[in-house]
Design a protein around this ligand. Structure first.
Ligand SMILES: CC(C)(COP(=O)(O)OP(=O)(O)OC[C@H]1O[C@@H](n2cnc3c(N)ncnc32)[C@H](O)[C@@H]1OP(=O)(O)O)[C@@H](O)C(=O)NCCC(=O)NCCS
Length: 149
């Protein structure tokens, strides 16, 4: 499945928000996912900070990424269910890391919710390591990316 990752455009905002809500709504049965705060309007207002993955005509993943005082960070990572375990998430995170490197940042940081074992397994597989608790329900994970220079 050839997947192309590119920066979102303002006109992509509705599709970005729809994919996020499709992926994160099931989590709402057990906690309130922060990703569900995103709407088409708020995505549109910062569309250049979103990356989208497409396979042919299909949207298969999105991620939001921004600089952070502790490194470069990402949120609302979402891969459409039937396209998982095919490297789409890996490709999106690699694109975020490339963006961080292009901005001169050598450290990635992300808060991962404790108990989301699949999510933790995914980021651990990509080289992210836990550093400290991020109360009340997360740990901070970091990855040094300068070695890719
Ligand atoms: C987490 C998520 C983004 C992973 O996307 P993906 O495209 O399936 O991930 P990849 O195919 O790139 O997986 C890379 C590696 O991560 C690990 N991994 C990914 N999903 C996993 C899972 N469910 N359980 C255990 N390990 C997993 C594996 O080591 C995998 O390699 P392998 O398939 O060769 O074993 C996707 O499952 C998703 O959208 N989940 C729901 C939303 C979410 O939790 N987002 C993250 C919050 S920040």
């Amino acid at each position: 499945m050839p997947v192309v990752v590119r920066q979102a455009r303002r006109r992509d905002a509705t599709a970005v928000a729809r994919l996020i809500h499709d992926v994160y709504r099931p989590f709402a049965a057990t906690f309130r996912p922060t990703a569900l705060r995103w709407s088409a309007e708020t995505v549109r207002a910062c569309s250049d900070t979103w990356l989208i993955a497409r396979a042919g005509n299909e949207w298969v993943g999105v991620v939001h990424q921004t600089p952070d005082p502790e490194g470069h960070t990402l949120d609302a990572l979402a891969v459409t269910p039937h396209c998982r375990r095919k490297g789409v998430g890996t490709q999106l995170v690699a694109a975020v890391e490339d963006r961080a490197l292009s901005l001169g940042t050598r450290r990635m940081v992300i808060a991962l919710r404790d108990g989301l074992a699949a999510n933790i397994a995914f980021f651990t597989a990509l080289g992210y390591r836990p550093t400290r608790p991020f109360p009340p329900s997360h740990h901070l994970y970091v990855k040094e990316i300068g070695a890719r220079e």
